[in-house]
Design a protein around this ligand. Structure first.
Ligand code: ACO
Length: 472
């Protein structure tokens, strides 16, 4: 790929091989026809069977992505996610989701430059760090961060004739900054005198007008920086500026940990971001679209997506998986642990899915990547072996009978743990990736916008007589 440096090590090829093997296995095990009722344009209005929670409801048409739950497919803009993981990058995949086609070389390099430049959001970081970020729930802090980006990057809240100065404006070109490990920089970092000065002229981050696509670029980069800044704050550390020779995935790890990731770590993080970038009409995507459909703006819509993702029924099961594997302790105990879990009718974390009734394609990739990363570290090797042993137990008992297979969350926690990401940040990592899908779907929906407005069935009473409070 043009995207990656030619000099990357054999390990990069190993990752590609793992993904191609996963794809070949998936293709051997599943059929090749898409579901006819879910893959065609229709004449609205349509009739469909709707269950509670809008299950089965068709909300709109889309060309962005398709999840085939019965066969275990995940498609972005016609491309199989396996192929994107093997050959693409998160930046290229984000471009694809947003623009509908793979970029030409010059389009991709410009897009990469734009995103790299927009990782610099010192004003939003500065505002964010004026709150007690380290004590906030990380997803709540992330949502706050997108509001602060909106405040700093758009003029939406400023009246035309309003010349009141921002209270922080006098001092917003610098921030206390932890020096990089090499220790060559000053501890107070002056953002706008940085190596990204040239790109600044080409791609302004501050939007005079509400250009949706420009806002999406700001958000795809900015959520990454905010998520890393939150991680730093929770370690009681100051932010670290991004590096111009790393992509978004590598920069996330670098800005979070302060250590330059190895090529293998950056590649695996990149694959994780590709895998989580879009997933049909899930709750957070729908939440973002509902907010956007009111003609609110994209920053607020993405904030809604972050809020929805924060719930334990949506993001976050991977944290529970890591806890569960530690509770089991070792591969030899998986069978007895599973037996008692079944007796107690416990749900096994990281298994089952509302849409997938087949092996989740994301888990097919993440499993072997977790294995690759675990090699050489006895603790993680043990965690991975325990996971494989539990998978064997669950599949032989619930697999064919109940269609319960590993989902994306089963192995992602082990991968994140190996990459040095603390457990409490896993859901924010999900958002760092999913912001691409949210943006793409919001932009697509706004092209033929109709405000979302379902109805509820009223099952209450009528003809109640108002009783004055003194008589109740
Ligand atoms: N462990 C044990 N049994 C399970 C599991 C599981 N993880 N998942 C489903 N089953 C069983 C159900 O108990 C049910 O059995 P029954 O027919 O005897 O009642 C049968 O399989 C069918 O499952 P449903 O309950 O219909 O699955 P549903 O679509 O309602 O739930 C869900 C999906 C919530 C994801 C569920 O599988 C679960 O709780 N999994 C564990 C949590 C988890 O991993 N969540 C992450 C999902 S991925 C994501 O959101 C990004």
């Amino acid at each position: 790929m043009e995207e990656r440096s030619q000099s990357q090590s054999v390990s990069d090829d190993d990752v590609t091989r793992i993904i191609i093997d996963a794809k070949e296995q998936a293709y051997r095990e599943t059929g090749h026809e898409p579901e006819p009722e879910l893959t065609k344009a229709v004449d609205w209005p349509i009739t469909c069977t709707v269950g509670p929670g809008l299950e089965g409801a068709i909300a709109c048409e889309t060309k962005i992505g398709y999840v085939n739950g019965s066969k275990g497919w995940l498609i972005y803009r016609g491309y199989d996610v396996f192929d994107l993981c093997a050959h693409s990058s998160f930046e290229e995949t984000s471009y694809l989701l947003l623009h509908g086609h793979l970029p030409a070389a010059d389009e991709l390099s410009r897009f990469r430059r734009i995103l790299l430049h927009r990782l610099f959001i010192p004003e939003a970081q500065r505002l964010l760090l004026s709150f007690p970020v380290e004590t906030l729930n990380p997803m709540s802090a992330l949502r706050l961060g997108t509001n602060l980006m909106r405040q700093k990057q758009t003029y939406r809240d400023r009246d035309e004739d309003d010349d009141r100065a921002d209270a922080l404006a006098t001092d917003e070109d610098s921030i206390a900054m932890e020096t990089p490990p090499a220790g060559t920089r000053r501890p107070v970092y002056e953002f706008f005198a940085s190596l990204f000065g040239k790109a600044a002229a080409e791609t302004p981050t501050e939007l005079l007008h509400s250009d949706e696509l420009e806002s999406c670029y700001n958000l795809i980069a900015g959520v990454n920086t905010i998520a890393a800044t939150i991680g730093r704050a929770r370690q009681r550390r100051l932010p670290i500026e991004p590096l111009d020779d790393l992509g978004l995935a590598g920069n996330y790890l670098y800005m979070l940990t302060g250590k330059r990731p190895t090529a293998l770590e950056a590649r695996i993080m990149d694959v994780c971001l590709i895998l989580h970038a879009d997933h049909g009409m899930n709750a957070s995507t729908f939440a973002a679209m509902v907010v956007a459909s009111t003609l609110s703006d994209i920053y607020l819509a993405i904030g809604a997506g972050i809020s929805a993702l924060s719930g334990p029924l949506h993001g976050g099961a991977n944290v529970e998986v890591v806890k569960m594997l530690s509770e089991i302790g070792s591969p030899g105990k998986a069978a007895s642990w599973f037996k008692s879990a079944q007796k107690e009718k416990r749900k096994i974390m990281g298994f089952g899915h509302r849409v997938y009734k087949a092996y989740d394609p994301r888990a097919r990739v993440l499993g072997p990547l977790a294995e690759l990363l675990s090699k050489g570290d006895p603790d993680t090797e043990n965690t991975f072996a325990t996971a494989r042993a539990l998978e064997h137990e669950v599949l032989s008992t619930l697999g064919e009978e109940k269609k319960v297979f590993p989902n994306v969350d089963f192995y992602s926690g082990i991968v994140y743990q190996s990459l040095g990401i603390p457990k409490d940040l896993y859901t924010t990592v999900f958002a760092v990736s999913r912001v691409s899908g949210w943006c793409a779907r919001v932009i697509e929906y706004l092209e033929n916008n109709r405000i979302f407005r379902p109805r509820a069935l009223y099952t209450g009473t009528f003809d109640e007589q108002y009783v004055p409070i003194s008589e109740r």
